[in-house]
Design a protein around this ligand. Structure first.
Ligand SMILES: Nc1ncnc2c1ncn2[C@@H]1O[C@H](COP(=O)(O)OP(=O)(O)OP(=O)(O)O)[C@@H](O)[C@H]1O
Ligand SMILES: [Mg+2]
Length: 401
């Protein structure tokens, strides 16, 4: 069958598949990258989309090792669902791809065909979505953060009022001293007048209290600056992975989330010695935040009064670290344990939870960082979530788009 395609005005001419071109024509024209390779691991053929994706010529691709582009599977699964890899282009650039492979016969010899999907657009969308969710979380926390800012601001304001009055009293004392000094009275009377000027204006009291008021004001302003810094660090979009100090990120999240937990729980941190971990701090903050909010809700729901959230970190062998969030909350009932990582699964009423926190956290820890997210729970006693992360990220170099 000959297919005559009418190109849209301005569009590139479409490939024409004719009886002569047959399967080969279809193979070349399919708009998904196809790579045929032998059981010796060398490329036998590539279609046009593969050439564009690999960013090399057909001649360069044919005969090259598949492993030069992505880690080729030793065994082919029936109905291979595909696996994500970082494809290495001829230029050295990395492109996130999904590769599924099937066994076929090519010219009578057993070989493999890999379908390679370019995931750059999907990854970009995922990043946008994660950032949008993060900003949504910041929006939800905004009232609490405003409250947290209000306390030190109130504090600074009270101290500045005190300092203003103190300054007024000191000026009065200075004026009275000057008047006493200028007076033509005998020295003993001038001294009495000076003592009275100091006593009337409580100069000893001001001498004692003023440095404290200044120190308290500076402390309050440091607190405001720390909250603003944490908010900026939390909301700032940081793409890719970087050497990350997990303790600093946990502290940042605790500052932002304080209003969420402070009425129901004390937070205890038991930080071990950790190396910097190659991670996306922005994404991990989101996981920490969800686990802290979940723990606070669970403690509140247990109805046993104030509880404790213990955040501990430790190294796990040379290549991994573990961050654990333990709460003294209600625990997770057996009936729902299987479902808590499902998107939109929630036991909370509308407005308190949407059921996205753990599924998003799972995605971030497992898919984005090559780690694991697990939990242990005991109804009535509490729950501990464990984040286990590789020290080096799953994606060897930073993914570039
Ligand atoms: N620490 C915990 N203790 C007890 N139950 C928990 C705990 N963490 C999660 N759960 C259960 O798992 C469910 C799913 O949690 P998840 O964080 O995904 O969603 P959510 O907290 O309900 O809503 P969202 O996080 O989207 O605001 C919760 O509704 C709750 O039933
Ligand atoms: Mg949650």
């Amino acid at each position: 069958m000959t297919t005559i395609q009418r190109p849209r005005p301005g569009a590139a001419p479409l490939p024409v598949i004719s009886p002569d071109s047959g399967f080969d024509g279809c193979f070349r024209a399919v708009p998904v990258a196809l790579v045929v390779w032998g059981i010796d691991g060398r490329v036998i053929d590539v279609n046009d989309a593969a050439i564009a994706l690999l960013a090399c010529t057909r001649e360069q691709a044919i005969g090259a090792r598949v492993n030069a582009f992505w880690p080729a599977p030793r065994h082919v699964l029936p109905n291979d669902p595909g696996a994500e890899h970082d494809l290495r282009r001829a230029s050295g650039e990395h492109v996130p791809v999904l590769v599924s492979t099937a066994a076929i016969a090519h010219c009578g010899a057993p070989c493999r065909i890999s379908v390679v999907h370019d995931l750059r657009d999907r990854k970009r969308l995922e990043l946008d979505l994660l950032q949008a969710r993060k900003l949504e979380a910041v929006g939800q926390l905004a009232a609490g953060v405003a409250h947290e800012l209000n306390t030190p601001i109130q504090f600074v304001s009270d101290n500045l009022h005190f300092l203003r009055d103190a300054f007024g009293d000191l000026l009065k004392a200075v004026d009275a001293l000057a008047a006493a000094a200028a007076d033509g009275a005998p020295a003993s009377a001038r001294e009495i007048a000076a003592q009275a000027a100091l006593a009337d204006n409580e100069v000893d009291y001001l001498r004692e209290e003023t440095p404290d008021a200044i120190a308290r004001s500076l402390g309050g302003l440091d607190r405001v600056a720390a909250i603003v810094r944490a908010l900026k660090a939390f909301a700032h979009p940081r793409a890719g992975t970087h050497a990350t100090d997990l303790h600093a990120e946990i502290e940042t999240t605790l500052v932002i989330a304080k209003n969420e937990y402070k009425y129901v729980a004390d937070v205890v941190t038991e930080f071990g010695e950790l190396p910097k971990v190659r991670a996306n701090a922005n994404q991990l903050n989101q996981v920490f935040l969800n686990l802290i909010v979940n723990a606070s809700h669970a403690i509140h729901d247990a109805g046993r009064g104030r509880g404790t959230i213990t955040i501990s970190t430790r190294r796990d062998g040379p290549d991994h670290v573990v961050v654990a969030f333990a709460d003294t909350g209600a625990g997770i009932p057996e009936a729902v344990r299987e479902r808590i990582f499902e998107p939109f699964f929630t036991t909370k009423e509308v407005g308190r939870g949407t059921g996205q926190g753990l599924s998003l956290s799972h995605h971030i820890v497992v898919e984005e960082h090559g780690g694991t997210l697990t939990f242990e729970t005991e109804p009535g006693r509490g729950t501990t979530f464990f984040i286990r992360l590789p020290v080096a990220s799953k994606r060897v170099p930073e993914t570039r788009f």
